[in-house]
Design a protein around this ligand. Structure first.
Ligand SMILES: Cc1ncc(COP(=O)(O)O)c(C=O)c1O
Length: 413
């Protein structure tokens, strides 16, 4: 596949030097491989084979317009989680029918818009939301396409902050109540119940929860059909994990086979909502060392110009991303706590990194930062959102310019 090459040095992204890119555009800077994003989308699509299916890229992983456009032109549909993501999808040229609209707390305005444009499915979170969608659609004299998001009560093996399918989690309708909610939805004049939906967590690295969710949902859908409810699809959400440390991850072929085998007996179209797996390995964050501080125990703080405002995952989940040096440095290997510049102790990029001591001005590259990186970036400490570059066909172009102070203050008086 295309993408980043880390050895031999120097690091490249599809033939382009991230160091040269940083020299031209400054840091912090996200760099993405267009070819790898498209390759990964196609690999997942191909793994699902001839069985009727649709890949709805989960915008929450990375909704920068240039990336959404890229995936849209490769043929992907989308999963949107807010009115903002629906708007980005439409700006990128996504047909409303190719949007599934998920979200725990959809506002009245978001539901109005989704009904009005006619999204492919609104993944309804509750009996109350089913009722609200029905009222909106009835008032407009249309039938809204809905799927019911079901919480199957399956605890996936992942970080506690990103598992969503257990009984204690806020997502969806508990499976014990879901039959009644679906039958109610199917009988409403303003609704067409087109599917059932589940998403039990992100960064799943074993097949167990995937297989149990797929078979539970297929059985549930079949029971509904046996009860006379005509469905079109089973949406099994996203979640396929990637390797952040280089160890083998769940293979896409095995993941796809598990889903297809479970859903095939129903004959229903299989929908998936992958985010991280498609864009995670295709993006990296380039940052500059702005300070090097010895610690009393022989370690060093290496302070970057990027931190939790550019890449929140280490602070939020204790995530560990691999780092690459873009400058060759010889000298003894020392232990570095690579941290950000923000006034929070949790503002780390990677603790305990062994490497030759960098110098101020050196560049470091944070690997596998394409998902939940720029999408979670914030203006905390009044920091400008980072710039983003897309490498395509041996050249690069900016898909997001760095924010300015004027941008930061644009909404304030
Ligand atoms: C409903 C839903 N679908 C899809 C995804 C994408 O998950 P991932 O990026 O792990 O594939 C998420 C992320 O948590 C989600 O909440």
């Amino acid at each position: 596949m295309a993408g980043f090459t880390f050895s031999p040095h120097p690091v490249t992204c599809d033939g382009v030097s991230p160091a040269a890119l940083a020299a031209a555009e400054g840091t912090p800077l996200y760099v993405y491989s267009a070819a790898l994003i498209v390759d990964r989308y196609r690999a997942l699509d191909a793994a699902l084979g001839a069985y009727p299916h649709r890949v709805h890229y989960a915008l929450k992983a990375n909704s920068t317009l240039g990336i959404v456009r890229l995936l849209q032109s490769a043929g992907s549909a989308v999963d949107a989680n807010s009115g903002g993501e629906v708007a980005v999808a439409r700006r990128a040229g996504v047909d409303p029918r190719d949007i599934v609209f998920t979200g725990v707390g959809k506002t009245a305005a978001e539901l109005e818009e989704a009904v009005c444009i006619g999204v492919g499915a609104i993944n309804a979170e509750s009996a109350g939301e089913v009722d609200r969608i029905d009222r909106i659609a009835t008032a407009r004299g249309v039938r809204a396409r809905v799927a019911v998001r079901i919480n199957p009560g399956i605890e996936a093996d992942s970080h506690p902050g990103i598992v969503t399918g257990g009984p204690e989690h806020k997502f969806g309708v508990p499976i014990e109540d879901a039959g009644a909610v679906c039958r109610d939805a199917a009988g409403r004049p303003g609704l067409a119940l087109v599917g059932v939906h589940a998403h039990v967590g992100s960064q799943l690295t074993s097949l167990d929860a995937v297989a149990r969710t797929a078979s539970t949902m297929a059985r549930f859908a079949q029971d509904l059909r046996d009860a006379g409810v005509a469905l079109e699809h089973v949406d099994l959400g996203g979640g396929l994990g990637i390797s952040y440390d280089g160890s083998p991850a769940l293979a896409v072929a095995e993941y796809a086979r598990t889903l297809v085998e479970a859903v095939a007996p129903t004959g229903l179209t299989l929908l998936v909502e992958p985010g991280r797996w498609i864009v995670g390995p295709a993006g990296a964050l380039v940052a500059t060392v702005v300070d090097v501080k010895p610690q009393r125990d022989g370690r060093y703080f290496v302070v970057l110009d990027a931190g939790m405002s550019e890449l929140l995952r280490p602070a939020l989940y204790g995530a560990r991303h691999r780092l690459e040096r873009l400058n060759e440095r010889s000298g003894p290997t020392v232990t570095c706590d690579v941290v950000g510049p923000i006034c929070e102790t949790t503002d780390v990029i990677r603790l305990g990194q062994s490497m030759p001591l960098p110098e101020v001005g050196d560049l470091l590259l944070v690997r596998d930062a394409g998902a939940y990186g720029s999408a979670m970036a914030s203006n905390y400490n009044r920091r400008a959102l980072p710039a983003e570059a897309l490498v395509e066909g041996g050249a690069w172009r900016m898909i997001r310019r760095r924010q300015t102070v004027e941008d930061l203050l644009a909404c304030e008086s």
